[in-house]
Design a protein around this ligand. Structure first.
Ligand SMILES: [Ca+2]
Ligand SMILES: [Ca+2]
Ligand SMILES: [Ca+2]
Ligand SMILES: [Ca+2]
Length: 481
């Protein structure tokens, strides 16, 4: 609280100087009647190069890229082509499997407010915005909510984990991101190898996952993961399915452990699903936002079975954010925040997510499922860092099992299996790292530390399990006194 009072005057002065941008990306739900619509860009799935070539020539389609190993080619039509005509035409070619429009894909919009760092404090974890911030006073409530600080106490060291942020790029000179960033990503929008962020959204997502912790500056992210940036959305937050497909394949081939996608479309795309399945089969954990339109309609890639779909929560008691999509396809939820009075400005007591933006010392408040997805990505990265032997399947199991159940008991369409919980996930991940299994039983839901552990273990591992168990209990007891 002292930080808040101290910094308020500085902030007020700064406030006058800072231009406040309220970027509300309006995102209409476009109608789908695809067979009657005309497009210029398509994705074609094929099994025979000869048949494909013949089909392209017959229909005056020009190659504009593709992913050979998935049998996908991106094409442009010289004029608007009717979808129904091309689909009918494809049926007469045996080696042409499908034709689909290269739909637009967009980021999940967020209302955002830029903020410059206004002071340095030195409380754990030594990032000034951890406990407080000039506008809402809540600091990084989202990190505290998922038990990130408790989780870090369990982590002696993290192995190298790579998270691919598939978004508007990452502003890698940022003071809280530069030490986390690694090259290798690509700018699919401009066709070069410099995926720097010119929107802010991707940097904000990256900050939630792994902004530098304990550097006495700005915010902290959940993990220490290395970030690669795949820029698929332009400065307005728009991109195409084909670029997202390319980015997913590229990330998987680079060996990324986690792919974080705060973007989506309501159009199903066979190509996008093929790409997602390829990455999953190559060991990636894929996480995507559920979308911000308060609808139950499936949003992709979140709704594909190999992608974790994440809805958004806020507040005390914790509940679904008003904008969050939900439905039978939701897997987990995580903090996304809420603008109580709907004025698109962070006010005292409102739950906004503060993270990095696209200048060296810039920060940004936002709310949306764009925030909730990277919370899950960050915890997945933390798990992988602590136990590098975990498979993507193992990580997903742990995230689901350790999630804090909200709403109706068990899985429900608003919260999925529950809100991701960094501490419980890590505890479970460490148990599994010594070869056993553990079930968490909430004996008193109001206190996360009152979990009792029921160990189901093989006999030779029992001693190790017990040592680890008491070690953790003692750590927690010390912390609470
Ligand atoms: Ca920091
Ligand atoms: Ca899914
Ligand atoms: Ca407000
Ligand atoms: Ca529930």
């Amino acid at each position: 609280m002292t930080f808040h009072l101290k910094s308020l005057r500085v902030w007020q002065k700064a406030f006058l100087r800072i231009v406040i941008l309220v970027l509300v990306f309006s995102m209409g739900l476009t109608s789908i009647g695809l067979c009657s619509e005309s497009f210029e860009e398509f994705i074609i799935g094929y099994s025979s190069e000869d048949a494909l070539q013949e089909f392209l020539e017959e229909n005056n389609l020009e190659r504009a890229g593709g992913v050979g190993k998935l049998g996908l080619v991106y094409v442009r039509s010289e004029s608007l082509s009717a979808m129904s005509f091309l689909m009918d035409s494809a049926e007469s070619y045996q080696g042409v499997l499908f034709v689909e429009p290269d739909y637009q894909i967009t980021l999940e919009p967020l209302s955002n407010i830029p903020l410059k760092v206004v002071g340095v404090d030195s409380v754990f974890p030594d990032d000034p915005f951890w406990s407080d911030d000039p506008l809402t006073g809540l600091g990084q409530w989202n990190m505290r909510k998922i038990g990130a600080d408790d989780a870090w106490e369990l982590v002696a060291s993290e192995g190298i984990v790579i998270v691919s942020v598939i978004d508007t790029g990452v502003f890698y000179p940022h003071r809280d991101l530069s030490s986390r960033y690694m090259g290798g990503g690509y700018d699919w929008v401009n066709g070069d190898d410099d995926p720097i962020d010119d929107n802010g959204h991707g940097s904000w997502v990256a900050g939630v996952i792994s902004a530098e912790r304990g550097n006495g500056y700005g915010v902290t992210g959940i993990s220490s993961a290395r970030i690669i940036a795949e820029k698929v959305l332009n400065q307005y937050g728009q991109g195409s399915i084909s670029d997202v497909v390319s980015a997913i394949i590229h990330s998987a081939d680079l060996g990324a452990d986690v792919l974080s996608l705060s973007l989506g479309t309501y159009h199903h795309s066979t190509s996008l699903e093929l790409a997602v399945n390829y990455a999953y089969d190559n060991g990636c954990v894929l996480v995507a936002s559920a979308g911000n339109d308060k609808v139950t309609r499936s949003r992709y890639p979140a709704a594909y079975s190999n992608v974790l779909a994440v809805s958004a929560t806020f507040g005390e008691p914790e509940r679904l954010s008003w904008y969050s999509n939900y439905g039978p396809w939701v897997d987990l939820c995580a903090p996304g925040g809420q603008d109580y009075d709907g004025n698109h400005l962070p006010d005292i007591g409102e739950y906004w997510v503060l993270s990095c933006s696209d200048s060296v010392d810039g920060y940004m408040y936002g709310t949306g499922t764009s925030a909730s997805a990277p919370h899950v990505s960050g915890v997945a990265a933390l798990l992988k860092g602590v136990n590098p032997l975990l498979t993507n399947e193992g990580i997903i199991d742990i995230l689901r099992e350790s999630a804090e159940d909200l709403g109706d008991p068990g899985w429900d369409q608003y919260y999925g299996d529950g809100r991701v919980d960094a501490f419980d996930a890590l505890e479970l991940g460490m148990m599994r790292s010594v070869g056993g299994d553990a079930r968490l039983i909430g004996s008193d839901l109001s206190s996360r530390r009152s979990h009792s552990l029921l160990l189901a273990v093989t006999l030779p591992m029992l001693v190790l399990q017990i040592i680890l168990y008491f070690h953790m209990r003692n750590k927690m007891r010390l912390k609470r006194t």
